[in-house]
Ligand binder design. Structure first.
Ligand code: B12
Ligand code: SF4
Length: 465
C-alpha cells in the first residue's frame, strides 16, 4: 500500500523558498504529526511525506498513492481542502486528521472521505486496515492516546530542508487559557512519555538543533517539575550534543536546579507566553499561572538568561481591555522584562476554545466566510471585532509594537547586553535583524489583507443594495 501524508501550506505564512537562502531553513518547522503517523504505520506500507512549506509538488505527476492523509491546523484548512479535492478527483481516498478536523468535524466531513478526530495512536492501524480493504469509515475517533504507547516518530523521513528536528515529550495542559486549544484537544491531564523512550527518540533525531514541541515542558505541579529534572538529567547523561528550544511557563525561572539541569541537557532557548502587560489582561485570558505570587517578570527572565538560555516572549494584542497605545506598551514592557525576542500576536478566536465560544456568542468573529477565511487564522491578522480598536487601529498597534521593540537603538542595546553577559551576541544580532526585516513583510501582508477585505466588504455592500 502506498501512503502519502501531506502538510498543506498556507501561502500567507509559508516559506517555500527554502533553497534560496540558508536562513529560511530556520523558519520552517517539521510537521511532527505526520512523522508520528508514519511511525504508527506498518513497515509494509510505502510512505512519503510532503511538506508543502518546502514546495508544492505536481501531485498528478507523482506515483498514484492508495491513500492520502492530510493534517491541518485551522490556518491550513483551506489549502487542505484544495489538496483533498485534487486527490479525490484522481479517485484516491483522502483521510484528514489533526486539530482542525477535530474542532470543525462537520466542515471537514463534507470535503474528505474520512475524518480522524483526536490523537491518532489508538486508531490509525485500524484506519489503514479499513483503507486496505476498501471499507474506510466516514469517521474515527482516536480520543486521547496512552502516552506510554506513543511510538517514536520517523525522523529518517523529511531528512532535508530544516534547521531543527522536532520531538514531543508530554501532552495536555490543565490550565485551559481562554484562547488556547491545547486543553480542548489534548486534555487537561498532563501526560508524560517515559524518559527512556524520549532519550532513545532524541538520539534518532538527525538535526543538531531540536524543537521540543511540548506546550509546557515543565508542567504545573511539583511532580511534573521533578520529572522534567529527571528528563534533563537523562538527556545530559546521554551526551547527545544537541541544542534544543522549548515552551514553558514563566515558572521555569523559579527553580535554580531546574535551570542548571536544562542548560546542561542542551536547552538554548525558551518560548514564554507573557500574553499581556497587565494583571487584568492575564485575568481576561484566564492565564492563572502568571498571576501567582505577584511575580517580578524582569528578575525571572534574568534568572533564565543567566543560564545562557534565550528568552522569546509572546504577547497578545486585542484583549477587551486593550486600548489605543497598547502596541507601544507591549514593546516597552517586553523591553523592560529584558526578553531577547518579542512575538506579538493578534487575539484570535480559534475553534474549540473558550474565546471562540464567547466571541461567537457576541457576534464578534469578523472574518467568517469559512472555509476561505481560515487562512487568516494565523494569529497574524485581526480576524475578530475588538472592543476598543478598529481593524485599522489594531494593525497600527501591531506595527508600532514591532517597530518600537525592533528599533535599531533597542536592538543594539540588547546585543550589547548579551555581549556583556557573554550570551551568544551573534545569535541575538541575527535574530533581532531577522525579526526587524520581517516588519516590512508584515506591513505588505497587512496592506494586501486590507485591500482584499475592503474589496470583499464593498462587494457585500453592493449585494445588499
Ligand atoms: C509545533 C507547533 C507549531 C509549529 C508547527 C510545526 C508543524 N508544521 O507541525 C509552528 C511553530 C510552525 C507552529 C505554527 C503555528 N501554530 Co502551532 N503548534 C505547535 C504545537 C506546540 C505542537 C504541534 C505538534 O507537533 N504536536 C505533536 C503531534 C504529534 O501532535 P498533533 O499535531 O496533534 O498530531 C496528532 C493528532 O492531531 C493526529 N493527527 C494530526 N494530523 C493528522 C493527520 C491524519 C491523517 C490523522 C489520521 C491524524 C492526525 O495524530 C497525531 C498523533 O496523535 C501545537 C500545540 C499542540 N499541543 O498540538 C501548536 C498549535 C497546533 N499551533 C497553533 C497555532 C494557532 C499556530 C499558528 C496558527 C500561530 C502561531 N503563530 O503559533 C501557526 C500556524 C502556521 C501555519 N502554517 O499556518 C494552535 C492551533 C489551533 C488550531 N485550531 O489550529 C495550537 C494547537 C496551539 C494552541 N495554543 O492552540 N505551530
Ligand atoms: S496557553 Fe499554555 S498554559 Fe495556557 S492552556 Fe495553552 S498550553 Fe496551557
Amino acid at each position: 500500500m502506498r501512503l502519502c501524508l501531506i502538510n498543506p501550506s498556507n501561502p500567507l505564512v509559508s516559506i517555500i523558498k527554502v533553497k534560496e537562502s540558508r536562513w529560511n531553513r530556520y523558519r520552517v518547522w517539521k510537521p511532527l504529526s505526520l512523522m508520528v503517523l508514519a511511525g504508527l504505520t506498518p513497515p509494509e506500507c510505502e510512505i512519503s511525506i510532503v511538506d508543502e512549506n518546502l514546495g508544492v509538488p505536481d501531485y498528478p505527476a507523482m506515483p498514484r498513492p492508495d491513500l492520502v492523509g492530510i493534517t491541518a491546523f485551522t490556518s491550513q484548512a483551506n489549502r487542505a481542502y484544495e489538496v483533498a479535492a485534487q486527490f479525490r478527483r484522481l479517485g484516491v481516498p483522502v483521510v484528514m486528521g489533526g486539530i482542525h478536523a477535530t474542532m470543525c468535524l462537520d466542515e471537514v466531513m463534507e470535503r474528505v472521505d474520512s475524518v480522524v478526530t483526536g490523537e491518532a495512536e489508538g486508531i490509525w492501524p485500524q484506519v489503514l486496515d479499513d483503507a486496505r480493504h476498501g471499507c474506510l469509515k466516514r469517521r474515527y475517533d482516536g480520543g486521547l492516546a496512552e502516552i506510554n504507547e506513543v511510538p517514536p516518530a520517523r525522523h529518517d523521513l523529511l531528512a532535508e530542508g530544516y534547521a531543527f528536528g522536532a520531538i514531543q515529550t508530554t501532552r495536555g495542559c490543565p490550565l485551559n487559557c481562554s484562547f488556547c486549544s491545547v486543553t480542548a484537544f489534548n486534555g487537561a491531564r498532563y501526560r508524560q512519555r517515559p524518559i527512556p523512550d524520549v532519550v532513545r527518540e532524541f538520539r534518532s533525531v538527525r538535526e543538531k538543533r531540536v524543537l521540543v514541541v511540548d506546550d509546557n515542558l515543565i508542567g504545573t505541579r511539583p511532580e511534573h517539575v521533578a520529572r522534567a529534572k529527571d528528563l534533563f538529567r537523562a538527556l545530559a547523561q546521554a551526551n547527545l550534543r544537541k541544542q534544543w528550544v522549548a515552551q514553558a511557563t514563566i515558572n521555569f525561572a523559579d527553580d535554580e536546579e531546574l535551570l542548571t539541569l536544562a542548560a546542561r541537557a542542551g536547552c538554548s532557548g525558551v518560548f514564554i507566553g507573557f500574553e499581556s502587560p497587565t494583571t487584568e489582561g492575564l485575568r481576561e485570558l484566564g492565564k492563572k499561572f502568571s498571576l501567582l505570587k505577584a511575580r517580578d517578570f524582569r528578575a525571572s527572565v534574568r534568572r533564565i538568561q543567566r543560564h545562557h538560555i534565550l528568552v522569546v516572549g509572546s504577547f497578545i494584542i486585542g484583549l477587551d481591555m486593550d486600548e489605543p497605545g497598547i502596541g507601544k506598551r507591549v514593546a516597552d514592557v517586553a523591553s523592560h522584562y529584558g526578553v531577547d525576542h518579542l512575538n506579538a500576536l493578534f487575539l484570535t478566536p480559534l475553534p474549540g476554545t473558550r474565546l471562540w465560544d464567547r466571541m461567537k456568542s457576541e457576534g464578534r468573529i469578523a472574518l467568517d466566510a469559512f472555509p476561505e477565511d481560515w487562512k487568516y487564522f494565523t494569529l497574524g491578522f485581526p480576524v475578530a471585532t475588538y472592543k476598543h480598536l478598529s481593524r485599522d487601529g489594531i494593525i497600527e498597534e501591531m506595527i508600532s509594537c514591532s517597530r518600537r521593540f525592533y528599533s535599531m537603538t533597542r536592538i543594539l542595546r540588547r546585543v550589547c547586553r548579551s555581549l556583556w553577559e557573554r550570551r551568544r551576541p551573534l545569535i541575538s544580532l541575527i535574530g533581532n535583524l531577522s525579526y526587524r526585516s520581517n516588519i516590512r513583510v508584515e506591513c505588505k501582508a497587512y496592506a494586501d489583507f486590507k485591500r482584499q477585505r475592503g474589496h470583499i466588504q464593498l462587494l457585500d455592500a453592493q449585494l445588499e443594495d
